[in-house]
Design a protein around this ligand. Sequence first.
Ligand code: SF4
Ligand code: SF4
Length: 70
Amino acid sequence: MPYIVIEEDRCKGCGLCTIACPKKLVSLSETPNALGYTVAVFSSQEHCTGCTLCAEMCPDVAITVFKEEN
Ligand code: SF4
Ligand code: SF4
C-alpha cells in the first residue's frame, strides 16, 4: 500500500500539500513543533494512492512517497 513520509524538520507548515491531496489525507498539526511550525501530518495510509501530488506541491521537498507493497 502506498504511503508518504513527511520530514518534519523541512516542513514550514505552508499547507499546500493539504490542498493538493485529492483524498484529503494530509492535514496540519494543531500544535506547533519546536520551531513554531504547524507541520503537515499524514492521517491515513489506507486511502493513499501514491499519486505524488502532495510531494510535487511541497516547495520544501519535505514529502517522500513510497509505493512499494507492504
Ligand atoms: S500520494 Fe497522493 S493520495 Fe497519497 S497523500 Fe500524497 S496526494 Fe494524497
Ligand atoms: S507543502 Fe511541504 S512545507 Fe508545506 S505543509 Fe506540506 S509538507 Fe509542509
